[in-house]
Design a protein around this ligand. Structure first.
Ligand SMILES: [Zn+2]
Length: 116
C-alpha cells in the first residue's frame, strides 16, 4: 500500500526531528498534501496510525492541509490559483503553465513535548 510507505517515511522524518530536540513525545503532526501530490489525504489518515505504532509519535494528532494549486504562466508570467484538473492561466487562459505549488507532500510542522 503506497500510503503506508509514505507514512513510514514520514515517521522517520518525525522521529529524526524529535530526537534532534530531545522530545519525549510528539503531540501534533502537520502535513501539507497538495491536490497534485498523488497522495490521497483520506488514505494517509487511515495509514498514519499504523505507521505511528511504537514510534515517538504514537499518540500524535495528524493534521492535513490540502493546500491549493498555484501555477505560473510561461506566456504572460502571472501567477494564479488553478483547479487540479484545469491548469490554465487565470490572466490569459494559456495552458503553458508551470506548477509552483500543489504537487508536494511535505511535513510542515511537528509539535513536540520535551521533559524539563
Ligand atoms: Zn498567462
Amino acid at each position: 500500500m503506497h500510503e503506508l510507505s509514505v507514512c513510514l517515511a514520514l515517521m522517520q522524518q518525525v522521529e529524526t526531528i524529535a530526537k534532534q530536540h530531545n522530545a519525549t513525545a510528539v503531540e501534533q503532526v502537520y502535513l501539507k498534501v497538495g491536490p497534485l501530490s498523488g497522495v490521497e489525504p483520506n488514505l494517509i489518515r487511515k495509514a498514519y496510525p499504523l505507521a505511528a505504532i511504537g514510534t515517538i509519535a504514537e499518540n500524535a494528532e495528524l493534521f492535513i492541509d490540502d493546500g491549493e494549486v498555484i501555477i505560473c504562466c510561461t506566456q504572460c508570467g502571472s501567477e494564479s490559483a488553478a483547479k487540479p484538473n484545469r491548469l490554465l492561466c487565470a490572466s490569459c487562459g494559456d495552458f503553458r503553465t508551470r506548477i509552483i505549488s500543489g504537487d508536494e507532500m511535505i511535513l510542515e510542522r511537528v509539535e513536540l513535548s520535551t521533559a524539563h
